[in-house]
Design a protein around this ligand. Structure first.
Ligand code: ZN
Length: 148
C-alpha cells in the first residue's frame, strides 16, 4: 500500500470515529451486545430485516477509534444486503484485516480502509467486534458476544 493511500485510509477511519454514521438505537429491532475485553470496546448493534434483507442497521457503544469507525462503515455497507451477502462481506473483511489482502472477487468499497489493521494484530478484534455482534443480532441471539 502506498503512503498516500495509507494517509487517505487513516483519514477516513478518523473521520468515521469522530462522526459515526447510523449512531442510534432502534425500537423493535433485533439487537445484540458485543464486548472486546482486550481493548474494552463495547458495541450494541440494532438490525431490522425485511424480506430477508437488511432494511436498517445502526449501532451504539463506546470504544477505540478503530471499533467505532468499523461499526460506522459496516452499517453503511450493509443496507439492502441479504444475510448471506452480509456473511460473505464479513468473510472478506476478516481476510482483509488479518492478512491485509484485498479480495479480488468482491469489491469491499469503503471497508477496504481497514486493510492497515492487519499490521496491528491486537486491533483485529476491535475491527471485527461489530461484525460478530451483527451476526448475533441477525440470528436473534441475546447472549452477549465476546471476542474472547
Ligand atoms: Zn479497540
Amino acid at each position: 500500500m502506498n503512503d498516500e493511500l495509507k494517509d487517505l485510509y487513516q483519514e477516513i477511519i478518523i473521520e468515521h470515529s469522530k462522526r459515526p454514521r447510523n449512531y442510534r438505537s432502534q425500537e423493535s429491532a433485533r439487537s445484540a451486545h458485543g464486548y472486546n475485553p482486550l481493548c474494552g470496546d463495547q458495541v450494541e448493534i440494532f438490525v431490522k430485516m425485511n424480506d430477508g434483507r437488511v432494511e436498517d442497521v445502526s449501532f451504539q457503544g463506546s470504544g477505540c477509534a478503530i471499533s467505532t469507525a468499523s461499526a460506522s462503515v459496516m452499517t453503511e455497507a450493509l443496507k439492502g444486503k441479504t444475510e448471506a451477502e452480509a456473511e460473505e462481506l464479513f468473510g472478506h473483511f476478516h481476510d482483509l484485516v488479518t492478512s491485509g489482502e484485498e479480495s479480488d472477487e468482491l469489491d469491499l468499497g469503503k471497508l477496504a480502509v481497514f486493510g492497515g489493521v492487519s499490521e496491528f494484530p491486537a486491533r483485529v478484534k476491535c475491527a471485527t467486534l461489530c461484525w460478530h455482534t451483527l451476526k448475533a443480532a441477525i440470528a436473534g441471539k441475546d447472549q452477549p458476544v465476546t471476542t474472547e
